[in-house]
Write a protein that binds this ligand. Structure first.
Ligand code: UDX
Length: 445
């Protein structure tokens, strides 16, 4: 690896959510390992439980008097105001150091940060915590109506598979979070002016889409942002993945997994934000129980009250429920045979990189599109079918799990998953496509 000799200093601004912090922290570590100075800008609400420095990364935290608003839409505006008011002072403080800041790598969700970077005399690179396929879909949206060309049954877009309504990002047809949708839809305009677009993906994973998007934007694939030791057990790289905003129940999980047979456990998680309705939660609980497999289920504290009492009284026969776990350690554990997932982009990449087949039950945002790729393009999982009321029933859940864990199809999915694991490793290894892209990004600063 070529040592970067210029005194580059990169400022990173992840949106303060777990699924955004993890990949950007991991990317920061990759930059820092190349001799570049890296400072992560966050807010006190996130940094209160973390050290002022995390290994080679320095943390600049912005204080705030009140707690961030609970509602998604309000918190976006609150965060925008806080950063706009404080970023200039941080850049000025750091510009007096031996390593003046050259570039702001900002979370693509806050595309307003690009103008802020340019006003402060910095280059601006958007970091996408979602796949290229999402940006390719949003690219074709009518800015007036926020609609994509749709003939009533399928959407046909360059470089993408045929997409039905159930495969589209939910922002296109629901208006649950209007401000968030507005921000996402305004990305096209901003990103035409960006110096770089960095995607947490790798070339062969989204080959056609990456090639097509490259004709529109200065994109660089830099992923997967998984610590390389998980891709090769001989590597002893820093194991800490991101910065956890939740308290993992690591020892309990690993001890429980240690006592199970190889490939016998279904790991179940719906990530950091998705919230299932009570009826769906009940169907999932009984689906897991009747699947006949052991299961490790992450149920966040805010969701616990939806668990049926009768199910809880039988839980110890088959499963373990925790509020949060060290997900990479769990996916890398030999007892785990399948991942029942909401298809958040990080979870999707983590399962691919660790060679774990999936049962996909997407909830919102990019997750339906990720599920489409998992089942139809990469063929590393199957997708559950919801009934007319939108609920996936217990029989569907149990039979989908059995299909992956016990049937012929499961063997094919596992083989494909292992293939993607090897390709992911090749992309981030020295000389791989993502490794080269990171080098190029730094040498152009
Ligand atoms: C949402 C979007 O769907 C996703 O595509 C986007 O990029 C981030 O926001 P989210 O619910 O955060 O997703 O899920 P995901 O992207 O899968 O990220 C969750 C992260 O939390 C993963 O890195 C996962 O390893 C970690 N996690 C999850 C844990 O460490 N422990 C857990 O128990 C559960």
């Amino acid at each position: 690896m070529e040592e970067i000799t210029n005194k580059a200093h990169v400022l990173l601004l992840p949106y303060p959510l777990q699924g955004h912090i993890n990949p950007m922290v991991q990317f920061s570590k990759r930059l820092a390992s190349r001799g570049v100075k890296v400072t992560l800008v966050t807010i006190d609400n996130v940094s209160k439980n973390m050290p002022k420095e995390s290994g080679s990364i320095k943390i600049e935290s912005i204080p705030h008097d009140e707690a961030p608003p609970q509602s998604v839409d309000e918190s976006l505006e609150w965060y925008f105001n806080l950063i706009s008011k404080n970023l200039g002072a941080i850049v000025e403080k750091l510009s007096n150091s031996e390593f003046p800041v050259k570039v702001l790598v900002f979370d693509s969700i806050g595309s307003w940060a690009l103008d802020l970077a340019h006003q402060l005399g910095l280059k601006g690179a958007a970091f996408f915590t979602q796949p290229c396929s999402l940006s390719a879909i949003f690219y074709h949206m009518d800015p007036e109506t926020s609609k994509v060309p749709f003939d009533g049954s399928v959407v046909t877009l360059p470089s993408l598979p045929l997409l039905e309504k159930k495969d589209l990002p939910t922002f296109i047809y629901d208006d649950l979070y209007p401000s968030l949708a507005k921000l996402i839809f305004s990305q096209n305009i901003h990103f035409k002016k960006a110096d770089w677009l960095l995607f947490n993906t790798f070339d062969v994973l989204e080959k056609e889409v990456v090639n097509w998007l490259r004709t529109q934007y200065p994109i660089k694939t830099i992923g997967p942002t998984i610590p390389s030791m998980y891709l090769d057990k001989r590597l002893k790289e820093d194991k800490e993945y991101g910065l956890s905003l939740f308290k993992p129940n690591g020892e309990t999980c690993v001890k429980w997994l240690d006592s199970r047979e190889i490939g016998s456990v279904v790991y179940v998680s719906f990530g950091t934000l998705a919230s299932l309705g009570e009826q769906q939660m009940e169907e999932l609980a009984w689906g897991l129980m009747t699947s006949n497999c052991h299961f490790l289920w992450v149920v966040r504290t805010s969701e616990e009250n939806k668990l049926p009492n009768e199910f809880m009284s039988k839980l110890s026969e088959k499963g373990l429920i925790v509020n949060w776990c060290p997900q990479l350690d769990v996916l890398a554990h030999q007892s785990v045979g399948c991942f029942f997932t909401h298809c958040g982009w990080n979870s999707t990449l983590e399962a691919l990189c660790l060679g774990v087949p999936m049962v996909a039950m997407p909830q919102w945002s990019d997750q339906p599109t990720n599920a489409k790729f998992i089942s139809d393009v990469w063929q590393t999982g199957i997708r559950v079918k919801a009934g007319e009321d939108g609920v996936v029933n217990r029989d569907e859940i149990a039979s989908s799990i059995r299909e992956v864990m016990e049937e012929e199809k499961g063997i094919m999915l596992k083989e494909n998953a292992i293939k993607w694991k090897q390709l992911a490793k090749a992309a981030i290894d020295e000389g791989g496509s993502s490794d080269k892209n990171i080098e190029e990004f730094l040498s152009n600063l």
